[in-house]
Design a binder for this molecule. Structure first.
Ligand code: LLP
Length: 404
């Protein structure tokens, strides 16, 4: 995105024109940013050619996943629905890993029938369930075990997953017991050690710590894992104060780990692939003054983008037209939903705004549309993919009649 003659453009198209043509609120993705993110990721870790499995929960638009698949990526899925979607998008089942603490028997059956690369199990009970199905089908099933490395990812508490108080994975003791159990199982083929310590991680040090934990436990059990699945979590900057996770430092730590452990690395990035590709275009419905505050009431709301209400996450907001006159006032950007948490951001200065102005909420490609809902019977926005000067509708705007 950039301004040209004070008009904001996504690739070669004016944001105002997109708003006029497709209405608001609209999710809009940039293909060139998507391509850049994927190539950058692949290049940064190319010395050990990892299998990169896109985390479908971050963005479940099938047309976007079809584009991602063309770069050779696999998928990380957490439900039968996501697995069906990944397969429908053309992702090779041999590149699909299935994570999650609560896979149902139906989901396990489906994953086993589709011959996916790995089911990453998260408890003893799950492994027994997989074994029962495998025995019934007389089929050897490839699995991973998700270790909870008790490592603080130094990210928001709500998206931290690798500490012992979190529900994810198994502790060291259980891990060792499960490895022993699997060694003696006829139809369980233990191939992978998996971890995922959290999301939006900006510092490589938690990853370094996590790798040390893995090294220690692998030495202890003396078992060769064909795959080490390091999960996702690579963070991106949502403001000018932060920088994205340094792939260089992470790469360095992994290479060090691989010197002693010769396994194929799997990554499950979501945000790092799609986060900064997406914007939510919204229109100002009303401006309401109350005391020292100016409420900027948008036609986008927490049902369209839930991250601020759910995690206190902040996203940059940009005007589609630059007016150049920054005014020091309190601007609170809110949606029309009947909840006080339906608020995007409070800013102490912004340019002068008028009703019917168009603004864009930045970096919403990950966990934007995928977390959206129909709360207040609000139809979900259209999703658009921009490639240069071309716009493609990759999901139609819902209609009220769809919701009756
Ligand atoms: N692998 C596993 C097992 C996961 O649980 C997740 C995300 C990922 C991979 C992908 O993580 P990423 O690379 O995107 O950080 N809704 C929150 C994020 C929740 C992440 C859940 N798990 C947000 O909006 O920030």
């Amino acid at each position: 995105m950039k301004y040209l003659n004070n008009r904001l453009k996504i690739e070669k198209i004016n944001v105002d024109n997109i708003a006029k043509m497709f209405g608001t609120p609209s999710y809009c993705y940039s293909y060139s940013q998507l391509k850049k993110n994927i190539l950058d990721f692949q290049k940064s870790f190319k010395s050990f050619s990892p299998l990169v499995c896109f985390s479908v929960k971050s963005n479940s638009n099938i047309n976007l996943i079809k584009e991602i698949q063309k770069f050779g990526l696999g998928a990380d899925v957490v439900s039968k629905g996501e697995l069906m979607l990944a397969l429908k998008a053309g992702i090779n089942p041999k590149k699909i890993v299935f994570s999650g603490v609560g896979k149902t028997i139906e989901e396990l059956n489906y994953a086993i029938d589709e011959n996916i690369l790995l089911i990453n199990a998260e408890s003893k009970s799950e492994i027994k369930e997989i074994e029962k199905i495998a025995n019934k089908k007389k089929k050897k099933v490839k699995i991973g075990i998700r270790l909870n490395p008790n490592t603080d990812a130094k990210t928001l508490n709500q998206i931290s997953t690798g500490k012992k108080e979190n529900k994810f994975g198994v502790n060291n003791k259980t891990f060792v017991e499960i490895v022993k159990y699997c060694k003696n199982s006829k139809n369980i083929d233990l191939k992978c050690l998996s971890v995922h310590i959290g999301s939006q991680i900006l510092d490589h040090k938690p990853y370094q710590k996590m790798l040390k934990v893995l090294e220690k436990i692998i030495n202890k059990i003396n078992y060769h894992f064909e795959f080490i699945d390091l999960g996702g979590g690579m963070g991106i900057p949502y403001d000018n104060k932060h920088k994205k996770l340094s792939y260089k430092n992470y790469n360095f730590a992994i290479k060090k780990f691989l010197k002693k452990n010769n396994s194929k690395i799997i990554f499950e990035p979501g945000r790092a692939i799609v986060g900064n590709t997406g914007t939510l275009i919204a229109k100002i419905i009303y401006i309401k003054k109350s005391g020292s505050k100016n409420f900027i009431i948008l036609d986008a709301a927490m049902n369209d983008l839930m991250r601020p209400a759910l995690y206190g996450a902040t996203h940059k907001i940009l005007p589609s037209k630059k007016r150049g006159n920054v005014i020091k006032k309190t601007y609170e950007f809110v949606g029309p939903i009947c909840e006080s948490t339906d608020k995007f951001v409070t800013l102490k200065k912004f340019q002068n705004l008028k009703e019917k102005d168009i603004v864009v909420i930045c970096d919403v490609g990950a966990y934007g549309m995928s977390l959206s809902s129909n709360y207040n019977i609000r139809p979900k926005p259209v999703e658009l993919l921009i490639k240069g000067s071309k716009i493609k509708i990759i999901k139609k705007r819902q209609k009220h009649k769809d919701l009756m």
